[in-house]
Design a protein around this ligand. Sequence first.
Ligand code: 13P
Ligand code: SF4
Length: 302
Amino acid sequence: MNEFTKKILKLKEEKNAVILAHYYQRPEIQEIADYVGDSFYLSKIAKECKETTVIFCGVRFMAESAKILSPNKTIILPALDAGCPMADMAEENAVKELKAKHPKAAVVCYINSSTEVKALCDVIVTSSNAEKIISNIPNEEILFLPDKNLGEYLSEKFTDKKFILWPGFCITHRKVNKTLLEDFKKTLPEAKILSHPECEKEIRDLSDFIGSTGEIISYAKNDPCESFIIVTEQGVFHKLQKDNPNKKFYSPGATMTCMNMKKTTLEDVYESLQSSKNEIYLDEEIRLKALASLEAMHKLAR
Ligand code: 13P
Ligand code: SF4
């Protein structure tokens, strides 16, 4: 056992802390976590867990979402500079301007966004619950931000609604293009292509299944196919291989690594637990506004 692993397990008990990790985290972080999951699952655990300290191994918007929902818990982001470039693509004032241009639209915001932007929106969604939530929204117009790809994917399912899309995207999910995927598929014609909805349309159109990280993992486990081409961040391979030792998983020719998700190390987890540093603090007025949109998500996703 790694020297930090032992120390972390001991300190975790002493400090009444729980460790949450996203599927994109390094394998050793996923192994030490109490819960590993997609954005929606982790936000539910952070809200419902009995522990008073949450060590959130992920990126800033995830830890901030946990703090919005649980202001009395100590929420720690071990790598404090782990951000999400897509979340940074939606800036507060520009969102206010677009909202003013579409007063009848429901403002639907992907959880990959800042607390300030969440505070301006009606409801938050993740890739695993967006479809269900939008089906519960009566408005004919949907202003969707910041991911244009997830927004476009949803607009194809709700053709009776008008979608206004923010031009944000994930740099990691852009690393694979159509030609690369088509060429790779020719070498593995029997494999199924599983993609995240943050991928561009040309990738989604070639896919057999599109879903959140958690949904991709469940699909691969339950489907009889024995080989899969996975088009999302490489961190998911850890769980896929662990759950399905007899199945084969392939990356389509490009390394899809989110540098921000990979910032967290075991040493960071140990140090943040030991010193309670890297705690998340939010402005209370903004937190309360963002809370309304996150609570709307938890209610509409039920
Ligand atoms: P999931 O909700 O599928 O875990 O996605 C989070 C994310 O950041 C994908 O890039
Ligand atoms: Fe953000 Fe993309 Fe990294 Fe997800 S994979 S955290 S969307 S940059």
